[in-house]
Design a protein around this ligand. Structure first.
Ligand code: WT7
Length: 571
């Protein structure tokens, strides 16, 4: 791999000197920014919205919302009033502290009012991605014993209300809603509701959000986060997103996924910045237009999106004025050096990779704007967090040894439970102290972390240990390749052989010559043993909503096995 570094441009960032801060930082320094020092209790929704509504930020725009049909904006004061109203709608139908309120609807301002209103009541919000089909919805509502669901008339068709005995009320956002014992008309009740609400003050360790995520086996699991997470949401908004008062920030993730709540709701608003939410589907021109329309300054997205923009060509982006953009950040899967090079070519900005997981609640290993960047590396742990590579017994390994990427237990936004399954929760921790991520990685001598793959994805071929990411990254540098997923295919002689699934860019045809050319390209660029012995062309590869190629699905296809839980797969 190249270890060429990309140096940082200027020195006016929130985190100026990583090493200095890393060596002296204590989380208690951040705690003082919040209200709990007066009461001992807290509420993250109050800290994110209401706190600003009492200051000179009251009339600052908190939310710029737009989709195909709507274009609206709301100040912090309005966000306070509307989330209070949504809270009252829920309170009036009996929602109390600790109840699970699920939210199953496309992005819209109402979704955000309801999410914040739920949390203001001390209840636990369960956002569900709108593309979920009936089975996925049922699994989650059942497992969490949800009491209330907020959804739209269209999506209601996918909710098996009669099969969910714990579900008491269904609140419907839409027109002409017929109310009865179970069904509640959101719009009517929202209009009538008071804009004054007594926020429920809760313990920092009380639950506030439940995100379901899939593992490699079994049903999706409910990852519980608590109000205390706001400490890290806030601090990473400063250090990693580099947010400052006059920023206009856009996180492209849907709140059905953790990125869309931690960094689409909490982090920007805890930091008091204007937050752009774009509804509807991805399209390259629409995304560029959104950046231009709002003069977005800080942008958080995913490698899969950057690659799709890259695939749309370098001419398209020239039609838009993106001159306000100053900081670009990425998460969800490996950020290929090729994509970083493209970003620099078309915007003159580095794309900063960040690593974290649903379970970790916020960013943990990152590239900071003031730091020298090694393309392909996830960066270094945020101050206040200790990361290491450990073996299967929890012993810390020296630099350049591949092993389990692990985090010392106790960072503020760490999950506090797997819903209904403490055994699963405990299984994440090794030797008591280390949270084991399930990712394999190594750390170089300078403390940069390099992602290698999910543990179960690492390939052993003829005794050589090969990370699929490295091969996929190399494949993406080939001019014909749009997407690549690499798996180990069992082989009687070599243990495993490397098989690549490839989607070609527009204008390329599959052929035996092209296969050979690709193989040679990897041989030349990486190593002979890393070249895929088998190549299969596909129109599209299976991906999660956060953009990870689902190698598990590729493997199942290959071996003719069941594909398992597909609820997080992109449609
Ligand atoms: C897994 C977690 C919370 C972020 C959205 C995904 C992979 C995440 C990176 C990165 C390489 C990454 C890991 C991790 N991942 N970020 N920067 N480089 N891999 O959250 O769905 O919970 O998935 O995503 O494999 O374990 P998630």
């Amino acid at each position: 791999m190249t270890t060429q570094t990309l140096s940082a441009k200027t020195d006016h960032y929130n985190l100026k000197n990583y090493d200095e801060v890393y060596n002296s930082f204590q989380w208690s320094q951040v705690e003082q920014n919040f209200s709990w020092h007066a009461t001992g209790l807290v509420n993250i929704a109050h800290e994110a919205i209401d706190r600003h509504a009492k200051t000179e930020k009251a009339n600052k725009v908190a939310l710029y919302y737009s989709d195909q049909y709507r274009k609206e904006q709301y100040t912090f004061k309005e966000m306070k009033d509307y989330s209070n109203k949504a809270g009252n709608v829920l309170k009036n139908i009996g929602v109390n502290k600790g109840n699970r309120v699920f939210i199953f609807m496309p992005r819209s301002p109402e979704l955000y009012f309801v999410l914040l209103g739920t949390i203001k009541l001390g209840a636990i919000a369960g956002p569900l991605f709108e593309a979920f089909m009936e089975g996925a919805v049922k699994d989650r509502l059942e497992d969490s014993s949800a009491k209330v669901l907020v959804t739209t008339s269209e999506l209601l068709k996918r909710v098996p209300v009669n099969e969910l005995p714990n579900l008491e009320k269904v609140v419907i956002v839409g027109e002409d809603v017929k109310e009865d014992e179970t069904y509640i008309d959101f719009t009517k009740n929202f209009e009538q509701a008071s804009a004054t609400l007594d926020v429920k003050w809760v313990d920092r360790e009380d639950g506030m959000i439940l995100h379901y995520t899939s593992g490699s086996t079994g049903k999706p699991k409910g990852v519980l986060h608590v109000h205390n997470a706001m400490i890290q949401h806030y601090q990473t908004a400063k250090w990693v997103l580099d947010l400052k008062d006059d920023d206009v920030y856009w996180c492209t993730a849907d709140p059905g996924w953790v990125t869309g709540t931690t960094y689409g709701v909490f982090a920007p608003w805890l930091a008091g910045v204007s937050n752009v939410i774009r509804g509807g589907r991805f399209s390259p021109s629409d995304w560029y237009q959104t950046l231009e329309n709002y003069n977005v300054t800080v942008w958080y997205s995913a490698p899969t999106a950057f690659r799709m923009l890259m695939g749309a060509g370098d001419e398209l982006i020239k039609n838009y004025n993106l001159s306000s953009l100053r900081h670009v950040v990425s998460v969800g899967e490996p950020l290929n050096p090729e994509v970083i090079r493209w970003g620099i070519k078309v915007t003159n900005l580095r794309i900063h990779d960040t690593w974290w997981m649903t379970e970790t609640g916020s960013q943990l290993i990152c590239n900071y704007p003031s730091m020298e960047m090694k393309p392909g590396s996830m960066g270094k742990p945020i101050p206040g967090v200790e990361a290491a590579i450990v073996d299967d017994e929890g012993n810390v390994l020296p630099p350049n040894r591949m092993g389990n990427l692990a985090i010392k237990k106790g960072w503020p936004s760490m999950m506090r439970a797997i819903w209904n399954n403490m055994e699963k929760y405990e299984s994440y921790f090794l030797a008591g102290d280390w949270y084991v991520s399930g990712d394999s990685a190594y750390m170089d001598e300078e403390g940069y972390f390099w992602f290698q793959g999910r543990i179960d994805d690492v390939i052993m071929t003829s005794g050589e240990r090969v990370g699929p990411f490295e091969i996929e990254s190399k494949l993406l540098e080939h001019p014909a390749i749009a997407e690549a997923g690499v798996i180990g295919k069992p082989d009687p002689v070599r243990g495993e052989i490397i098989k690549a699934f490839i989607a070609l860019r527009d204008g390329y045809e599959q052929s035996a010559e092209l296969q050979e050319d690709i193989r040679n390209f990897v041989k030349k660029g990486l190593a002979a043993h890393a070249a895929p012995r088998e190549i299969e062309f596909k129109d599209k590869l299976p991906k999660t909503r956060s953009g990870k190629i689902m190698r598990r699905v590729l493997k199942a296809w290959e071996l003719d096995l069941p594909t398992g839980d597909l609820s997080t797969m992109e449609d």
